[in-house]
Design a protein around this ligand. Sequence first.
Ligand code: CP
Length: 299
Amino acid sequence: MPGLVSARELDRAKSDQLISRASRFLDEGGGPLLAGSVIGLLFYSDSLRTRAGFEVAAANLSARTFVVSGARHTPVMSMAEPVQDAVRSIAGWCDAICVRHPDATLVGELAELIDVPIVNCGNGEDEHPTQALADVFAISRIRGSIDGLRLAVVGDLAGMRAVHSLMLLLGNYRDVFVRCVSPPGLQMPVQYLGGFASSTNTIEHSARARLDDVEVVYVAGLPRHTRVEVSDADRAHLSVTREALRRARPGVRVLCPLPRIDEIAQEVDATPEAFYFEQSRLALFMRMAILTELVRPPR
Ligand code: CP
């Protein structure tokens, strides 16, 4: 894997291999596998989990990290320094560069500019492939296999990038059912559904959050400002509450890449259905798996 810009680059074998490796790190911990390596973390938009998670993952593998948290733009500069110049400048010192940027196409362009692996940590509203790998790892911990999964994804499916990458990954598996639940105007874009078009997988689109026949509810997120205004009634309908869980299939698990606003009521946190903080914990081991896949430590 030269880098990771899109979940489209991951076939089933690679995804399964990363899940196995993450499981090993979970069981056995890390070690000095990347000693002497340097990972650049370029975050041009906000992050808590992804940025800190890659810092800790790198430390667990004895790699060093540094953070760049936005373009330099001083009063004497007529414009901010282009991210291309920043990436070209640091590429000579890094063994991988993790990038988050609000532009949907830029991360792919950066990967073409330099020989160092680029890891897409969120490019605008397009993709978040490392989160999706963490998500399938969490699902594998819940039910063993991804094949045969029955899943509802809920929220702004047009604009939330992690669920786009998740759909691309799930398209590699068999007999997966996904109910895409979104307010009107925020449906899942068709370009992320290729793996569902000609396979044993099934997809259903709905504005109603029916949960009684799914094993996992993936709360993709419903920000306050979406491209289409969401009514308070729709927002309340899509919120996962204890009451909503009473109508869900017994044993259902709730996943969420986080952060949340009110998409999952805080009262859910203490229920056995809540799996999102465990998902966040598990993501560390997937990030370790991704780094060891991409980074070739110096000899
Ligand atoms: N899930 C996720 O990407 O979280 P952060 O925005 O905190 O990195």
